[in-house]
Design a protein around this ligand. Sequence first.
Ligand SMILES: *Cc1c(COP(=O)(O)O)cnc(C)c1O
Length: 423
Amino acid sequence: MGDKKSILSKEQALAIREQFPTPFYIYDEKAIRENARRLREAFAWNPGFKEFFAVKATPNPFLLKILKEEGCGTDCSSMTELMLSQALGFGEGEIMFSSNDTPPEEFAKAREVQAIINLDDLTHVECLAQAAGVPEIVCCRYNPGGDFSISNNIMDHPGDAKYGMTKAQIKEAYRKLMTLGAKEFGIHSFLASNTVTNAYYPALARILFELAVELKEETGAEIRFINLSGGVGIAYRPDQPENDIDEIGEGVRKAYEEVLVPAGMGNVAIYTELGRFMLAPYGQLVTTAIHEKHIYKEYIGVDACAVNLMRPAMYGAYHHITVLGKENAPHDHVYDVTGSLCENNDKFAIDRALPEIAMGDLLVIHDAGAHGYAMGYNYNGKLKCAELLLKEDGSVQMIRRAETPKDYFATFDFCDILKDMKY
Ligand SMILES: *Cc1c(COP(=O)(O)O)cnc(C)c1O
């Protein structure tokens, strides 16, 4: 099995550890920018193309600013994500609000920041109208039901997903929205997550393009954009083939020219709401081996835990691990790499072949740049770690400090029960 490249060399990581104790996240600015440019290039055939980065994947304002500079907007689904986008100056047409089970006050906030609202349900038409009024541009989320397959492979089961509306409901929603003042429309759908096939976006696009033609013909609605949402995945395993974004863009273009252009809809913009594809490979969790344990299995205990990166514990997700400085050593030891939570699923790797690990070695956990830090929690009273940015000039900037006990206890500051707490 091949290896994956670490953002930091052993020497760099050791120097950083002097100032910022492990664990910490490191993000690679240059790689983030290059990838964002590749995406734009792949969809340059569509003049209205825009990527709205899914904020939930990595809600760090420094990283959002980099993506903004690369022409991205944001995709939000909560009050705080809208606030973050507003504070960073994302303006009209630069924010999508793709939420579900939406509290009315979030509809109001979305209108305040001039976000494009994506309605998850027919009943939300009324809710939006009452909470904030209906804007001129509105989007509706589609759920085709059943199974979603690409060339006989079942990718996911939209019929079991809580999101989106049926086709009949979208038609009704469009008609209602028109009577309430909407003039232009979008269509959105998210049918499969972390797809590692170049066929996902083109297959989804074709479904949505055909729906767009039907909606326009039947309701007279002016379709301004199709939002392909997230779901373009990354190769977490080093032996997996990676997605080719140029081929994906080309596949969407082909469907566009076969379905939309002949219907006289060649002015429809393509939007995306990628999270994982934008950042996952460009963020890594760096941690130090602090214990080894030999019982029925061999364990390496590190100073990070599921609080810092939950995906392995939650989904059994594979994250590649590199032992810094031992890249070329034989992988002749089999370890479980564990965190310190009192939960047996707190393991970054199970039965993983790695080089022999010594106490103090630095381990890099790859592909943690999206749905990594963001999913963190505070179980066992563990604190979340710092996030650092390797800038294009080679310097390292702290872009989020580590939590302190004071942060953890801050929600008791309304009273004096912890007034004797020693920090
Ligand atoms: C999570 C999410 C995304 C991003 O998904 P990725 O798998 O990270 O690309 C985009 N849009 C919506 C509505 C989401 O919920």
